[in-house]
Design a protein around this ligand. Sequence first.
Ligand code: PMP
Ligand code: GLU
Length: 388
Amino acid sequence: MDFIAKNVAELSPSMTLSITSQAKALKKQGVDVLSFGAGEPDFNTPTHITAAAIEALNKGQTRYTESAGLLELREAVAAKLLIDNNLQYDPSQISVNCGAKHSCYNAIAATINPGDEVIIPAPYWTSYPEMVKLVGGIPVIVETKAENGWKMTADEFEDAMSPMTKMIILNSPGNPTGSVYSREELQAIGEIAAGEDILILSDEIYEKLVYGENKHVSIASLSKEIFDVTITINGFSKAYAMTGWRLGYTAAPKKIADAIDTIQSHTTSNPTTFAQYGAIAALSGDQQIVADMRDEFDVRRQYMLSRLQGIRNVRVVEPLGAFYFLVNIEPMGINSVNFCEKLLSKAKVAAVPGVAFGAENTIRFSYATGLDVINAGMDRFEEFCAQH
Ligand code: PMP
Ligand code: GLU
């Protein structure tokens, strides 16, 4: 007897998470592994944030909150979205969830019917197609080109549309490519979506990690029509080094926000109460820490770019945001899973196979790790590529 539901049987486990645990397990056994797997800041959560959560615990903030999260936190999120993103959401349009991953899933579950098509530009974050499949939707993958900075053009979007298209997922700055869409590019895509009544799920989790002259733009800020079809998603993991706190949020038109809240009220209820107090401190406290972490990521990015550009047989596009390099290994003539397995077993370097992101012939390195690890890891990678 097969007890597993059909939709679930067709899912693949998250490779980003499994590579990271594999590397951790090897390290525990004493193997000298250099891990570029996890998309997880190596910084500790700033102490004013941890202090706020500890204080909340000590004050007895250990009970349920409103299912969508504390009003005080949703007010702080609304204020952040107004100041940073020029988005005017009422706190009743905001739902705080158990990580931005959960926010994405809630948004998809609230809007996608079985058979609905969801356009996902590739390379994509590994979980989007699986979430769509889990609710019976159909992921429609649009291959983007390295020469376009791995960004989907308005024409490519139009070509992928069908009468069944319900949603498009945008992720700028993007994982795994580091691509950052310009205002004009977002405007063009947003106008098409609004004109066709297609929802936009805009995952802005890497908003604060943008380098050089590039600017993050929230697509929902570009017009009222685009605002009305957009679900904006963000969270605390990347900007404030709070991955383990599991806090993200959705901001959406009221009907969608209500649907998300209903799902949450029957599934997880509120995200952990004392963690929410940490999030209030994150949003209301000093934002210089966010810029400082970004600057540190930028130093690593520039160093790693110079190293990767010097390695024969691999190609790389400069990432403009987030903390990843998507490296093209096509000239090596080996698939991404085998490549990563060999890289781990022979060179003791952990990276994620591009196939997890719909980008066979590539591998992903995260540079959310110290310069010493990057330096040693690039030495090993260079030697590995020279030998294979
Ligand atoms: N979106 C993207 C693009 C991501 O890379 C991640 C990875 N952590 C998430 C959402 C989810 O983040 P979290 O659940 O930790 O808030
Ligand atoms: N998003 C990060 C990554 O892509 C963390 C792991 C995950 O949630 O998938 O590596």
